[in-house]
Design a protein around this ligand. Sequence first.
Ligand code: ADP
Ligand code: NA
Length: 342
Amino acid sequence: APGRVIFSGIQPTGVPHLGNYLGALSNWVRLQKTAAPEDELFFSIVGWHALTLPQDPDTLAASRKDLLATLLAIGLDPKRSILFHQDHNPVHTELAWILSCLTPIGKLRRMTTWKTRLAASRNANDESEVDESLLNAGLFTYPVLQAADILAYRATHVPVGEDQTQHLELCRDLADIFNRTSGRPIFPLPSQLNTISRRILSLRDPTSKMSKSSPDLQSRILLTDTAAQIKSKIRSAVTDSTPGITYDPLARPGTSNLLTILSACTDEDVHAVAGRYEGKGHGHLKADVAEAVEDLLKGPRTEFERIRHEKTFLEAVAKAGAERARERSEATMVCVRELLGL
Ligand code: ADP
Ligand code: NA
C-alpha cells in the first residue's frame, strides 16, 4: 500500500513557545517516530503566511533561520522528514493563484479567522465602519495559500489543531472542485490527523491561550528560556485562592493549566497527576511544574544554542529540503498545468 503523505507548517514569527511545542511541534516529532517507512513527511516554515501581518525584515530573516534550528533541535531529522522554507518553492504561490480562481469568495468570508479580523477592524462606536488599513487581501485569501501548501504535495494527512478544521475543509473543497472541473482525481482529499490536542493557556490570563501575540512576556515560556526564567514565569503564574489542587478547567483554569502542562511534560494522564497533589498547595505544584518544564526543554534548548551557530549546516539543510520539496511538487504541477491548458 502507498504510504501517507503528511504535511504541516509553522509560521516564522519568533521563538516557539511552550504552547506551540506541546500543541503542535512535539506531535511532529512523535509522527516522525511512529510513521511507517513508506510514509512521507513534509514540515514547512511558512514565511509567506507571516507576511499577512507587518513584519520587520531583519526580525523575519532571523526568525526563519532560528525556526529551522528549532525544528532540528527538537528532533526532526532532515534525512527522514522534508524540512523546508515555503518561500523556497514558488509552486506554493503558483498553485495558490490557480486555486484562488476556483474559490467562491463566499467561502472565504465564512472563515472564522477572517470574521475575527474583520470584527477587530470595526469601529467600536459605529459597527458599520471598517478600518481598511487593518485588512489586506492576504489576510482574506491565506486559507487558499494554505490549501496550496497541502495540495502541492498531494498530502493525505494534515496534523493540525482544531482551530484549523475549517481551513482544512476549504482545502478539501478546493481539491474536490479542481478534481471535478478537470475531470481527473489529481488531488487526494486530505484528512485532519488527530494528534494529541492540548491547549496551553496564558500563564497570566488563563482564560486565553498562550500566544506569541500577548504583550505580556511573563505569559509564555519560550523554548529558549533558561531554567531561572522558567521558574520565575511559573512562580508568577495566575492561579486561584481555593486551597488544595484539583483539576477543574472551568472553575480553576490557572491551576488546571499547570496540571495540563505537568501531565504533558511527564506524559501522564492529567487526572492521575492531579490526584497526587490533592492535599498540597500551589507552591508545591509550581515547583514541580517548573522542574518538569526545565527537564523537557533543556535538551532542545542546548541543541538549539549549538545548531543555530552552524550556519553552513543550516543552509545545507534548507537547500536540500527545498530541492526535495520542489521536485515532489513539480510532479503534481506538470499535471495541473496541462489540465488547465497552461
Ligand atoms: P500563536 O497563537 O502563538 O500565534 P500560532 O497560531 O502560530 O501560535 O500556532 C502555531 C501552532 O501552534 C498551531 O498548530 C497551533 O495550533 C499551535 N498552538 C499555538 N498556541 C497554542 C497553545 N497555547 N496551546 C496549544 N497549541 C498551540
Ligand atoms: Na496565531
